[in-house]
Design a protein around this ligand. Structure first.
Ligand SMILES: [Zn+2]
Length: 270
């Protein structure tokens, strides 16, 4: 059977970006400067260039390349499917798959899909044994499922590391998680399902408002004062303030006793 060789894939040059969506235009005009504000709108990211512009230090990793065969009138048709992971190692993660006749275009389409699927991963220190108030593990126990695979992630103290199979470890690393305890059920040798189960577990954190605020506070503290001494000082200040308030309250009470009703009202209004 004569086999006609398909033209070799040439590295496609990234064409200059002409944004089509609202978000894309705003990003191109520098009206939006953070990926988090894009994700907060809840609108889907339809252009991968948005992520390129807002997260320049994103890395990608190919988790799996599979070839699929399909019978056609002319014989077998081969296609490649690539599962790609992108992450910035600091709370942003995306997984996507791409299909093409050759390996390289499959990977590059997978990268684009992964970027469009990017989510924020709230990090924190949810371990009761640690309490270091840095962003190194998950803030709370989470569960994620995809297909038969179920993954449980539990907050771990500093230095535990990631004890998990290769796929799970890669995804957690890309998200910026350094210490975590994992429990898995199902056919974890399936790379796509396993990666997506971890992804779903981490994405479920976005539905928890409380932890969202908590992480923002941690980030703020990190930026202001990374010294651990500040926490105790703050606590001291807090105590002093509380005792002062108490004194003030007592004075008020004694004063009020002597005053008439009319004066009381003006006091309250002031
Ligand atoms: Zn900790």
């Amino acid at each position: 059977m004569a086999f006609k060789r398909s033209p070799r894939y040439e590295e496609e040059e990234e064409a200059p970006w002409t944004p089509k969506t609202d978000i894309g235009k705003k990003v191109a005009n520098h009206e939006i400067s953070s990926i988090d504000s894009v994700l907060e709108t809840g609108k889907p990211i339809r252009e991968h260039q948005i992520v390129n512009a807002l997260l320049p230090n994103l890395t990608h990793e190919t988790l799996e390349i599979k070839n699929t065969q399909r019978m056609t009138g002319n014989g077998r048709k081969m296609q490649f499917r690539a599962v790609v992971l992108v992450g910035d190692g600091d709370g942003h993660l995306g997984i996507g798959s791409g299909k093409a006749d050759e390996v390289r275009p499959a990977i590059s389409s997978g990268i684009k899909n992964a970027k469009r699927n990017i989510v924020r991963v709230p990090l924190g220190c949810g371990s009761w044994e640690c309490g270091c108030r840095t962003r190194h593990t998950v803030p709370v126990r989470v569960v994620g499922k995809n297909g038969s695979v179920e993954i449980v992630l539990k907050p771990a103290p500093l230095g535990v590391g990631i004890v998990a199979n290769e796929t799970v470890r890669k995804v957690l690393h890309a998200a910026g998680i350094k210490d975590v305890w994992t429990f898995a059920r199902g056919r974890t040798s399936g790379i796509y399902n396993t990666a997506m189960a971890v992804f779903n577990a981490l994405d479920s954190l976005n539905n928890m408002k409380y932890y969202d605020d908590w992480e923002r506070q941690l980030k703020h503290e990190e930026a202001e004062a990374p010294a651990p001494a500040s926490a105790s000082e703050e606590a001291k200040e807090g105590k002093e303030a509380a005792s002062q308030e108490k004194k003030a309250g007592e004075e008020k009470k004694s004063g009020e006793k002597a005053k008439t009703n009319g004066e009381k009202k003006t006091n309250e209004a002031g």
